[in-house]
Design a protein around this ligand. Structure first.
Ligand code: ADP
Length: 307
């Protein structure tokens, strides 16, 4: 598969977001073809998630970061809808509460990392502590500049303990952001998202791009890679993310656990025997022992009558 290789930031590489085309759409000219591929990936993701849940050995952490209107919510909606909610959760990280600020910045994050068998999507993440925090000088540089190293060690810890980590930066350009803000004005179901602060934040666009450049350059490793997804076209963004997730999960080399019971014995006790006696396969597993006895007696009686 191509996008995983194409969009992954190689460890130690110097990233230049200006040179990455946010409007790129692979070999796809039309959305319909991409939608078919997305469907295929969604089915595969569903199978892989069921396997992961059953195996209960790996955890998967998906980190989503983007500029405002970059499409985090849409990606979660379109890519994750294939997942069984029982094995999947989404956690959004907002401005920290006083309680959270009274702890180290990773405290609130670690509480939400996925347990074995589970997939967790971070809608924003610990990276905000070297993005918005850096851009707005919420802590001095001597504090935030040490965080890249903390974050790498933290993710290393998770990876060493069975968590697969995959991180997506949904890359849109500044004009596309303005267009999306503009579109919200006419869409009744999106108007609630309009915020004056989002417009004002555009003044810091270049600072954010620089902060993202450092994140991508300093924090992409084989155990926790960053992918820069061209995200101006929503359908291509969804396709690329789903393809990378499929590949990531296939590489986890998962297997269904061996049954913990003797299947032949279960069949003999509860299925083959019943099927043989009654002439068709009837499960008696849910029968209470006394019911089974009664049934046995009835059958015995019937047989006697026939004689
Ligand atoms: P979203 O934009 O993710 O849909 P909101 O509109 O509620 O959700 O924005 C969440 C806000 O919380 C963003 O402005 C983000 O920068 C801010 N935020 C998240 N984490 C932190 C943090 N650690 N420190 C300061 N602000 C943060």
């Amino acid at each position: 598969m191509g996008y995983s290789n194409e969009f992954r930031i190689k460890p130690g590489s110097k990233v230049n977001l200006d040179k990455m085309d946010a409007g790129y759409h692979g070999g796809y000219d039309d959305e319909d073809k991409a939608a078919q591929e997305l469907q295929k990936n969604a089915r595969r993701l569903s199978e892989l998630q069921a396997l992961m849940y059953a195996e209960n050995k790996h955890a998967l952490l998906i980190v989503l970061q983007a500029m405002d209107a970059g499409g985090k919510d849409g990606t979660i909606h379109h890519v994750m809808e294939a997942m069984n909610p029982q094995g999947c959760s989404v956690v959004g990280f907002k401005v920290p509460t006083p309680e959270e600020l009274a702890h180290d910045y990773l405290w609130r994050i670690h509480q939400h990392t996925p347990r074995k068998g589970q997939i967790t999507v971070f809608n924003r993440s610990h990276y905000e502590d070297v993005l918005v925090v850096r851009v707005h000088n919420l802590v001095p540089e001597e504090v935030w500049s040490k965080r890249y190293n903390d974050i790498n060690n933290f993710e290393r810890l998770l990876a060493n303990n069975g968590t697969t980590i995959v991180k997506f930066f949904l890359h849109i350009d500044k004009d596309e952001q303005l267009q999306r803000f503009r579109d919200r004005l006419d869409e009744k179901d999106k108007q609630w998202k309009i915020s004056d602060a989002d417009y004002k934040e555009r003044d810091y666009w270049d600072d954010y791009q620089q902060a993202y450049t450092d994140v991508l350059s300093k924090c992409s490793f084989n155990y926790a890679p960053w992918y820069v997804i061209p995200a101006n076209r929503k359908w291509f963004r969804n396709l690329a993310v789903s393809e990378i997730l499929v590949e990531t999960m296939e590489n986890m080399d998962m297997k269904y656990p061996q049954p913990t019971v003797d299947l032949a014995e279960i069949k003999r006790l509860y299925h083959a025997e019943v099927a043989e006696e009654a002439g068709f396969p009837v499960s008696s597993v849910h029968d209470k022992p006394e019911d089974k006895e009664k049934k046995g007696k009835k059958k015995g009686k019937k047989k006697k009558k026939k004689k």
